[in-house]
Design a protein around this ligand. Structure first.
Ligand code: MRU
Length: 368
């Protein structure tokens, strides 16, 4: 996507030195657009854990590049395979919910194990990481092409009046390598001249909606309005939302969706108001091993300071401000699970399907 007229992906290898990974450091957005360079597997692990980058697809792609750096580092170690295994463990332990992380690291380990010499392993790891990133961008583009027909249909029903779409958190290009999942159909609709407007949930406590989704939409010129997280139900009751599209961090084989905390409440409100609730995801976000999202998905609990403090731009400086009594406890669950029965459909790179095991497996028959 474009920033200041220049095309960017969210992660790439430095042109002058392809042993260096470049990322957009999302901690500074929307106020500053800064590129960070990562040189070691450890730096990659910190970038994922401390949310310099975040979002399911991008976490996976970043971990893949981290494994590529691990092969370079492993050359200097006593045991190549021990360093590789330890790096894989380190990267997998950075964040628990987005399944793309484990998927990407395992895919890298598989690719690296297919060749023998150290030099071949490094070359193979580099190719595999680039392939994972390219695939992520490609899949998101296809999600856009499939998802746009849903928006087109609603636009027709409304006789070309504005289609109002509500989204939660950031499942935009910043959460992937390009295009985004939830935003891909939105960008495609906008490019086709369909009249759209996006309600952007601020998404406390990290405010991915207010800081990232809004910044993205503004850059692309898509009309949008930021709302507090509790506003969606009211808008739905008053006919001001035509559809909801969110992303996902992990989806079970029966269609239960783990996504940013608060997604479940939006799905309940959408159901009560007969508003279609779609979830957009690339297939790397399916966890084919599990069927019960509520019982089986580990939900990340983050530092309570993220709830107690809020940070923002004040007199030209980023400041962090305490908004609670200092000694109150705060709980910070990062995600929740929306049961499949509340999901109208899943928008994937292969098409749109029902959030049921049959619907999903019909699109991905290799997972039967
Ligand atoms: O904690 P984050 O920012 O990594 O959370 C992930 C998300 O951005 C959302 O849950 C998103 O909707 C799905 S990730 C594409």
């Amino acid at each position: 996507m474009k920033v200041g007229g220049k095309n960017y992906r969210t992660i790439w290898l430095k042109e002058e030195d392809p042993r260096v990974i470049c990322i957009i450091d999302q901690r500074h957005l929307p106020h500053k657009f800064l590129i960070e360079e990562l040189h070691t597997t450890n730096e990659v692990a910190v970038a994922i854990r401390e949310m310099h980058i975040r979002g399911a697809g991008l976490i996976g792609a970043t971990a893949a590049y981290g494994m590529y750096l691990a092969t370079i580092e492993a050359r200097e170690k006593k045991s190549f395979s021990d360093h590789l295994q330890n790096s894989a463990q380190l990267l997998k332990s950075t964040r628990p919910t987005a399944v793309n992380l484990e998927w990407a690291v395992n895919r890298m380990l598989d690719a690296i194990s297919n060749v023998q010499s150290v030099d071949e392993k490094i070359i193979c790891a580099k190719k595999a990481a680039i392939a994972i990133a390219d695939e992520d961008a490609d899949h998101c583009m296809n999600i856009g092409l499939h998802g746009v027909s849903i928006i087109e249909e609603i636009s027709k029903q409304k006789q070309d009046e504005t289609v109002n779409i509500l989204t939660h958190c950031n499942a935009g290009w910043l959460a992937f390598v390009d295009h985004g999942s939830a935003t891909a159909p939105i960008y495609e609709a906008f490019a086709r001249g369909i009249k759209i407007h996006v309600w952007v949930d601020e998404t406390r406590p990290r405010n991915q909606g207010a800081s990232l989704t809004a910044w993205e939409l503004l850059n692309q010129g898509v009309p949008h309005t930021i709302i507090t997280d509790n506003t969606g139900g009211h808008l739905m009751q008053h006919g001001m939302v035509d559809m909801v599209i969110t992303g996902a961090d992990r989806v079970t084989r029966v269609g239960d969706v783990a996504n940013k905390i608060g997604t479940y409440l939006k799905a309940l409100a959408a159901k009560d108001n007969h508003i279609p609730f779609y979830v957009a995801l690339p297939s790397s976000t399916f966890d084919w091993k599990i069927s019960d999202g509520i019982k089986e998905i580990q939900i990340e609990e983050r530092n309570s300071d993220e709830v107690k403090y809020i940070s923002g731009l004040c007199d030209g400086e980023i400041k962090k401000i305490l908004i609670t009594p200092e000694n109150s406890n705060a709980a910070n669950y990062g995600f929740d699970v929306t049961p499949a029965r509340l999901v109208t459909g899943l928008i994937t790179e292969r098409g749109v399907c029902n959030a049921t095991e049959k619907g999903i497996v019909d699109l991905f028959p290799e997972q039967k």
